[in-house]
Design a protein around this ligand. Structure first.
Ligand code: SF4
Length: 411
């Protein structure tokens, strides 16, 4: 196997702390500047008695030149650098595994938290695009997930905790740094072109940290990414979709996976709380807010293809009906089986026929290329191998076997 598996201790294993005011510092615990948004860092500098424009300077060093040593921040006075050195740090989560696939996909497992901590995953997928090389980073927002979607390896691990801003932005920082490590500081540039908040966890259930992190992604003093190239993917937390309308302008993706409530209740249980009618209405409100903006011209619909479960011709017809008034692009995802998975991947023919039905009805419908099979690139898989933290595996196996049986008998 060509996969390179490397154990690395790039940075300290100590807990990544949330951005906090100077009042919360103590002699031992330094303030981690990595995850702070610009308004948070401006306040931090003002509270120190410094000019707030220092925040922009420091953010550029951190997020555009990938510098962690204050001594290298040459446009900042020696006195301030010394002060920062004493009370601050710039610290990404510890990388415990990194796998680079032969197809260019890269995957990291990060340790977050104290002691043994918890593990989260980040995947980077490079792909040729008509506009050039596109490097899409899939970022995690929580350790595990409480929503327990029946086809999801992360859901199987249960929920442990939310990631803080340093842990979320740290994934983007580290992915960029992995390409720039050996490049002289002033020649470094951003390699990641696109971000999808689609890794472990439901991002809208960690709203504030995800919102501030996405603001840093868009900020010209940090990553300066286009709002079309930052996508938040949700399983359908309807009130938070409405909150996003007020707070930020990024692309929206919905993990749909089923075209009717009965099936979706089984595959994506949050559907019982926010059924399809409410979800589709929220998507429309999101688009209608600013329909001329390119980031909000459509919603991306993610649909994982599960053999014999949601891939029948009538499911495609139900999709057409469900989405007929919602500007959307549909992305069919061949299921990536994981150990004890209750489902199989739909056949290529079944996926192509599903796509044809939707395309013939006028939808833009693509099939996601499976990437990084040799490094278990699907969400939650590698963490599941590195540490199964649920102690629920046996229980879960029985439960999904029963569910699978029911779904198959209904299919
Ligand atoms: S698919 Fe997403 S929301 Fe559902 S359990 Fe997995 S991580 Fe959570």
């Amino acid at each position: 196997m060509s996969t390179e598996v490397v154990a690395v201790s790039a940075v300290s294993a100590e807990q990544q702390q949330s951005p906090s005011a100077p009042a919360q510092q103590n002699a031992v615990e330094k303030v981690n500047l990595l995850g702070m948004s610009r308004p948070q860092m401006e306040k931090f500098f003002e509270d120190m008695g410094e000019k707030k424009f220092r925040a922009g300077q420091v953010m550029k060093w951190i997020h555009q030149f990938f510098v962690t040593d204050f001594a290298e921040m040459t446009n900042i006075s020696g006195k301030l650098r010394e002060k920062l050195e004493k009370i601050c740090e710039i610290k990404a989560p510890e990388v415990v595994h990194k796998n680079y696939s032969k197809d260019g996909t890269r995957k990291w497992v990060f340790r977050v938290g104290d002691g043994e901590g918890s593990l989260v995953e980040t995947v980077l997928i490079p792909a040729e695009h008509r506009s050039g090389l596109r490097c899409t980073l899939c970022i995690s927002s929580q350790v595990g997930c409480a929503l327990d979607c029946s086809f999801c390896s992360t859901g199987k691990q249960g929920f442990q905790r939310d990631l803080n801003q340093a842990e979320i932005i740290g994934q983007l920082w580290m992915a960029n740094y992995s390409y720039m490590e050996d490049v002289p500081v002033l020649e470094r540039e951003r390699s990641v072109t696109n971000v999808v908040m689609m890794g472990m966890g439901e991002p809208l259930l960690n709203y504030d940290a995800v919102l501030n992190s996405m603001r840093t992604m868009l900020d010209d003093f940090a990553y300066g990414m286009s709002k079309r190239r930052v996508t938040l993917s949700t399983s359908g937390v309807v009130p938070k979709i409405d909150q996003m309308v007020k707070d930020i302008d990024v692309a929206l993706a919905i993990s749909l996976h089923a075209p009717n409530d009965e099936l979706r209740n089984k595959l994506v249980p949050i559907n019982k709380k926010y059924p399809l009618e409410q979800l589709i209405a929220a998507c429309k409100r999101y688009i209608e807010k600013d329909g001329n903006e390119s980031s909000r011209k459509h919603v991306t619909i993610e649909y994982v293809m599960l053999d014999g479960v949601n891939d029948h011709p009538e499911h495609a017809q139900q999709m057409i009906k469900l989405l007929k008034n919602l500007p959307s692009k549909i992305n069919l995802i061949p299921f990536n089986p994981f150990p004890h998975a209750p489902y199989g991947r739909s056949s290529r023919n079944r996926i192509i026929s599903f796509q044809k039905t939707l395309s013939d009805a006028g939808f833009v419908c693509t099939i996601r290329q499976t990437r990084g099979d040799d490094i278990d690139a699907a969400c939650g898989q590698l963490v599941g191998q590195v540490a199964d933290r649920t102690r629920r595996a046996e229980q879960w196996k029985k439960k999904v076997a029963q569910q699978n049986e029911i779904l198959r008998s209904q299919g």
